[in-house]
Design a protein around this ligand. Structure first.
Ligand code: FEO
Length: 400
C-alpha cells in the first residue's frame, strides 16, 4: 500500500524508510534506521527528484504509481548518483521508458559506471544555472560538487522556493510518520544524528559545503527537501547555522570531550578523576571509551566540542589500535580548529603521548597543550598535580 506525504502544493514525498539497516554505507551503525527521500512534482509535466535505495524500491514504486494516478512520468532528475538514491533508476525507466533523465555530465558518467542505461535521446545534461520549465514550476540546477560526490547538484524551484538539496541538510534516522522539522523536536531528538550524518558523510568537504551555502544565500529558499531525514519548512536559520559551524569546523560548544583507551581500568580511573576536576571548575564534559564507542559517534562530538582530551595506553610500543583508528578518521575527515590535551600510560617505554601528538600535529589549526599527564601503570600523586596543571591550561585556553 502506498505511503506518501504532501510536501506542498503539487509536490509529494514518495520515498521509503529502512529500519532493518544496521550499517549505513556498511560502516556507520544505525539504531533508528534511515529514510531515502524522493519527491514527485505534478505539473503540466511530471517530475521525479531522485530515487531510493534498493531496499525500499517496492514501497517507492507503489508510492510513485499512486501519486501519478495513471499519468506517466515525464522527467527524472538525478541530483546525486550514490546508490542509496540512484539504485532505482532502472526500475523507474523500465516502467516509464519515455521519461527524460536530467543530471550533470558527471552524473551520466556515473550512471554508465553503475550499469544504468539511459537512451542518449532521453538524456538532458545540465550545468550550473541551467533551467527547465515543467509548467508553472521552473527549476534551476545548481552544481554542488563534493556535497557529497563530484557529480552532485541541487535543484531549486523558483516558483515556490523549494530546494531539492541532495545530501545537504540530511540526517540519519527513519521518518516515523513525521515528515517536517516542525513535526519533531529536532534539537532534542534529531540533532545528534544529523551531526553524525554530516560529519561522517560530508565532513571532509567543508569548503565545498561553504561554497554551496554561499550560492544558497543568493536565492530565496522557503523549504529544504533533503535526501534523508525531515523536510525543513520553517526555522531554516537553525539548520543553516549548524551547517555554517560544521563546514567551517567551528565548535558548537565550549566543552571537553574525553576519549580514553584503557585495558585494565587504570587509564579509565585517571580520566574519571580528570573529568571530575573539570566539572568542578564548571566545564561541560563528555566521556567516551574508545573501545566501545563507534568512531562515527566520536567524530560527531569532535565537531561539536572545542576541546578534546585523548587518553591512551601504549600498545605494542604504539597507539592503542581503536585510538589510532579515531586519529586516522579525524585526519580523513579534515578535523581542525580544536584544542587537544594528552594523557598517556605505559608500564614501560611509554610512547602513546608523543605518537598521538605527532598525529594531531597533522591536523590544521590545531593546538596540543604542553601539559601532559603521564601514568606509569596507575595514578599517583604526581599525576594529580599534572592533572591540575592540565585543567588550568584548558581553562586558560577556553578564555580565547
Ligand atoms: Fe545519501 Fe551521498 O548519499
Amino acid at each position: 500500500m502506498h505511503c506518501v506525504r504532501e510536501i506542498t502544493k503539487d509536490l509529494y514525498w514518495v520515498g521509503g524508510n529502512d529500519r532493518r539497516i544496521t550499517m549505513f554505507e556498511n560502516i556507520h551503525p544505525l539504531k533508528e534506521g534511515v529514510s531515502y527521500n524522493s519527491y514527485l512534482l505534478l505539473d503540466k509535466k511530471t517530475v521525479l527528484f531522485d530515487t531510493v535505495d534498493w531496499t525500499v524500491v517496492r514501497q517507492f514504486i507503489e508510492n510513485v504509481e499512486y501519486v501519478l494516478n495513471g499519468r506517466t512520468l515525464d522527467y527524472l532528475v538525478i541530483n546525486h548518483m550514490e546508490p542509496d538514491h540512484a539504485a532505482a533508476i532502472e526500475e523507474v525507466l523500465l516502467r516509464y521508458p519515455k521519461a527524460k533523465v536530467i543530471s550533470t555530465e558527471k552524473g551520466f558518467y556515473l550512471m554508465t559506471q553503475f550499469g544504468f542505461h539511459v537512451e542518449p535521446a532521453n538524456q538532458i545534461v545540465v550545468k550550473e544555472g541551467d533551467t527547465q520549465k515543467f509548467g508553472s514550476h521552473e527549476i534551476v540546477f545548481v552544481e554542488a560538487p563534493m556535497v557529497h560526490w563530484p557529480e552532485a547538484m541541487v535543484s531549486f524551484d523558483t516558483s515556490n522556493g523549494v530546494l531539492f538539496c541532495a545530501d545537504a541538510f540530511g540526517s540519519f534516522k527513519a521518518l516515523n510518520g513525521a515528515m517536517f522539522n516542525d513535526e519533531v523536536d529536532f534539537d532534542k531528538d534529531w540533532i545528534d544524528e544529523a551531526r553524525r550524518y554530516y560529519t561522517n558523510i560530508v565532513g571532509k568537504y567543508g569548503p565545498h559545503v561553504q561554497h554551496l551555502l554561499k550560492k544558497a544565500g543568493t536565492i530565496d529558499i522557503k523549504m529544504l527537501c533533503p535526501l534523508h531525514g525531515p523536510v525543513w519548512r520553517n526555522d531554516l536559520g537553525y539548520i543553516l547555522d549548524k551547517y555554517v559551524k560544521w563546514s567551517t569546523y567551528t565548535p558548537e560548544e565550549k566543552g571537553v570531550m574525553i576519549v580514553y583507551a584503557s585495558m585494565y581500568g587504570n587509564t579509565e580511573n585517571a580520566v574519571e578523576i580528570l573529568a571530575s576536576k573539570l566539572v568542578q571548575k564548571g566545564v561541560k564534559v563528555k566521556l567516551y571509551d574508545v573501545s566501545n564507542t563507534h568512531v562515527s559517534h566520536l567524530i560527531s562530538d569532535t565537531f561539536k566540542y572545542s576541546h578534546i582530551i585523548l587518553s591512551c595506553v601504549t600498545y605494542n610500543l604504539g597507539i592503542y589500535p581503536p585510538m589510532h583508528n579515531y586519529l586516522m578518521d579525524m585526519q580523513a575527515l579534515n578535523v581542525q580548529n580544536r584544542t587537544f590535551a594528552l594523557l598517556e600510560n605505559g608500564s614501560w617505554a611509554c610512547k602513546s603521548g608523543q605518537l598521538m601528538r605527532e598525529e594531531l600535529e597533522k591536523l590544521k589549526k590545531t593546538t596540543v597543550l604542553n601539559e601532559v599527564v603521564t601514568l606509569t601503570s596507575s595514578m599517583n600523586d604526581v599525576n594529580l598535580k599534572e592533572m591540575d596543571d592540565m585543567v588550568e591550561s584548558i581553562l586558560e585556553s577556553m578564555k580565547d
